[in-house]
Structures are given as C-alpha cells and as structure tokens.
Design a protein around this ligand. Structure first.
Ligand code: SF4
Ligand code: SF4
Length: 289
C-alpha cells in the first residue's frame, strides 16, 4: 500500500447542502431510489443535486462484481424490484429533468443481466415525461444473450457503456469484464439503433499512459462511439486500487483537443468529469450544433 496522495486544489469541490440540494434528496428518498451519486461517493454531488441532476441507479444497491476502483456495495443481491421503473419515472417527472441518466449495478445473477429492467425504465420515463431525453449507462451483459437487443429496442437517446481504463489494466481494475467485449457491446448498440447516440468513458490516474489512451480513443471511434468522457480517478478508500497520479488540468485539455480531432461529437475531459457530469447540458448543446 503506497501513501495516499494529497488532492491538488483543482479537485476540491463544494460541500453538499442548501435548499435545492435538499429538494433533490427528498425526491430520491420519497421514491425509495438509489443514485450512483451517493453510492459511488461522487465528488460532484453538491453541484449536481443543487441543479436536480441525480443519476438513478436501478436494480438495487448491491453489485455482483467488484471493480477495484468502485465504491458500490458488492455481494449477492436479492430478487428484482418490478415497481422500480415506475418509481424512477415518477421521480424524473417530479424533478422535471430534460435529460436523465439511468445506470445500474451489475446483475450477473439475473438471466438477462437486468436488461428488461432498463427497457421498462426507459418506457416508463418516456410515458411520464415525453420531452425528456434518456441516457442509459449499462453493464456489459457479458454472457447474457439478448441483453443489448432488449435495451436498444426501448430506444434510449444515448447508450453509454464505459470502458473505464486501458486494456492492459483490465485484469487488476475491471476483473469481471473484458475490454473487447465492452467495445463490441457499444458497436452492437450502434448497429441496433443507429439514430441514437453512443457514449463511453475512461478514468485516468490508474497507471495508464497517454499512448494507451490514444489507442483506446481510436478503438472507440472504430466502434462508433460518439461522445467521450474522461475524468480523474479518486481512490474511494485505501482498499481500492491505488492512485498512480493526478493528471493536470492542462493534460486533460490536451486529451480533449486530441479527442475532438479524432472525431468525437462531444468530449468532456476535466479532472471532475464523470460519465453523467453535465450530461444534460452537453447533450442539449450537441443537439443544437
Ligand atoms: Fe451524480 Fe453524475 Fe453528478 Fe456525480 S457527476 S453527482 S454521479 S450526476
Ligand atoms: Fe461498480 Fe459497476 Fe464494477 Fe459494479 S460493475 S463494481 S457498480 S463499476
């Protein structure tokens, strides 16, 4: 175990609180929902929840995988809450979101990996809030035939699946996943619904090199990824994967410029970028262009 690196000043964030924040919290609690904002201990929660942007986490709060970077609880989840899609849809309507991100834990215990729950959630949100654009950030449905087809039949506006890190680091960082499987999943999503957008993301600070990131960007573009997010990895606890280093804001800017040259339609690369950070504003701006 190495020393815990001190956070540079560009990582410091606003503490959560205030009336608007509490309003978002109330809606989340009243509907018995989980959010990745809380479960993953996201540093942006103060800012996002003040703007009512909560990223819904469906399929419970317990994940069947244990990625080395992730703070979500791991174990054997129990059952499937079939009322959840309706509650998510109600909460989205109450929050008045113009764009919502729905993600989940991995459910390797379910025959379809939770694909139908995603589809039902999309359908329920669409019925309750027809003007809201819907982004799903899904598991890889590895070994779950028909999973991606089920999700894409529900026509999400944005299909998001994070590659998270470079292939060399998969075994230690994402042991349950396979790099090329994840890449093919996004390619498949694009083929199944070409009118929709695809999105993927990476964390830096785990020991990857700039060259490796360039290669991942090229792989993403070949797989048809439209939007890219890159953010700084922050070690949630000392038990999680060690932090190699903090990339500087200038390095992030350089990654963003390169990604734009490679043809991504939307790129967000800053230390505090997360998959769902500013997803609504980015999507609105992209559509306006
Ligand atoms: Fe939630 Fe995403 Fe904002 Fe983090 S960046 S608080 S996960 S909406
Ligand atoms: Fe966390 Fe997702 Fe990995 Fe589960 S699959 S441990 S929720 S990153």
């Amino acid at each position: 175990e190495g020393p815990v690196l001190r956070k540079p000043e560009w990582i410091r964030v606003k503490a959560p609180g205030g009336k608007a924040y509490a309003g978002t919290e109330t809606v989340v609690r009243e509907h018995g929902l989980h959010t990745v904002c809380e479960e993953a201990g996201c540093p942006n929660i103060g800012e996002c929840w003040t703007h009512r942007h909560a990223t819904m986490m469906i399929l419970g709060d317990t994940c069947t995988r244990a990625c080395a970077f992730c703070n979500v609880k791991t174990g054997l989840p129990s059952g499937l809450d079939t009322e959840e899609p309706a509650r998510v849809a109600e909460a989205v309507a109450k929050l008045g979101l113009r764009h919502v991100v729905v993600t989940s834990v991995d459910r390797d215990d379910l025959a379809d990996g939770g694909a139908k729950q995603f589809a039902d959630t999309i359908t329920a949100i669409r019925a309750a809030s027809p003007g809201t654009t819907i982004e799903v950030l899904t598991p890889d449905f590895r070994g779950k035939p028909g999973g991606i087809e089920t999700v894409m039949e529900a026509r999400p506006d944005v299909f998001n699946h994070n590659l998270e890190t470079v292939p060399r680091l998969y075994l230690s960082i994402r042991p349950g996943a396979r790099y090329y499987h994840s890449l093919r999943l996004i390619e498949e999503a694009k083929k199944l619904y070409p009118e929709g957008f695809t999105k993927s993301g990476l964390m830096v600070g785990l020991g990857e090199t700039r060259e490796e990131i360039m290669q991942v960007m090229d792989d993403m573009r070949s797989a048809g990824v439209d939007f890219l997010t890159i953010g700084q990895y922050l070690q949630p606890t000392r038990k999680h994967a060690p932090l190699d280093r903090f990339w500087t804001p200038e390095e992030f800017q350089a990654l963003e410029s390169t990604a734009k040259v490679k043809g991504f339609l939307m790129v967000s690369a800053t230390p505090l970028t997360r998959s769902s950070y500013h997803a609504d504003a980015d999507f609105a701006q992209m559509k306006a262009n």
